[in-house]
Design a protein around this ligand. Structure first.
Ligand code: DX5
Ligand code: ZN
Length: 212
């Protein structure tokens, strides 16, 4: 599946979100940044809320924030399919997992490039999605970190061995070349490769071809 990150759409956000909504993308990936957990700030919630309200594509919300609960309370209103928080942002992981699930939303947890899979082993049975960051969180358009597929493959082996059901998502620097390294991931987040082109659907099709 392809989740198109809207982070790098800078101009005509409303018009371009409508254009993306008409493509075959499986999700719109909404990156939320607070200037604390990462050194970048995203478009205000109210702006996203108004624009996304008229879109029909399922939403995949990625919270790169410290005050996780506050942002869950905002973004749950958009009825996303998935809300993902960062492992490094909180101490009470089980509470956050239970809280997102109690909202009827699939629970994702993300790990930064420096966080090892061994650190999150105990949480894996409780997750619907594990998001592997393949760039440092905070900005679109960065270069894919080439040891990320090692983590994806590790997570895939663990879910087979333990019979866990989480999906694996990869985010950052994914294009029609790096996507081929991520064949054990279920959801590919793709930002600038799609949104820096005028023809979003053509770029999505280029990625899909690499997944066959
Ligand atoms: C990075 C974000 C990503 C990013 C992906 O912090 O979480 O979702 O926007 O964009 P590209 O594909 O341009 O790396
Ligand atoms: Zn993201």
């Amino acid at each position: 599946m392809i989740s198109t990150s809207i982070l790098s759409i800078k101009d005509n956000l409303g018009k371009n979100l409508k254009k993306l909504d008409l493509t075959s993308t499986d999700f719109m990936h909404v990156d939320v940044m607070d200037g604390i957990f990462v050194n970048n700030i995203s478009v205000a919630y109210d702006v996203y809320a108004e624009l996304l309200d008229s879109c029909n594509t399922p939403l995949d919300v990625h919270l790169m924030v410290s005050d996780v609960k506050k942002y869950i309370d905002d973004y749950r209103e958009l009825k996303p399919v998935i809300i993902t928080f960062h492992y490094e942002a909180v101490d009470n992981h089980r509470d956050v997992i239970d809280y997102i699930r109690s909202c009827g939303i699939k629970v994702g947890m993300s790990i930064k490039p420096s966080t090892k899979v061994e650190e999150i082993l105990e949480l894996l049975p409780y997750l619907d999605v594990v998001l592997v960051m393949s760039v440092e969180p905070g900005h679109g358009g960065q270069e894919f970190i080439y040891d990320s597929p090692v983590k994806i493959n590790e997570l895939d082996k663990i879910r087979k061995d333990e019979n866990y059901s989480y999906l694996i998502e990869v985010d950052g620097g994914v294009n029609d070349i790096t996507s081929k390294l991520c064949n054990n991931a279920d959801i590919l987040v793709v930002g600038s490769f799609i949104t820096s082109s005028d023809n979003y659907e053509e770029q999505i099709e280029k990625i899909r071809k690499t997944l066959d």
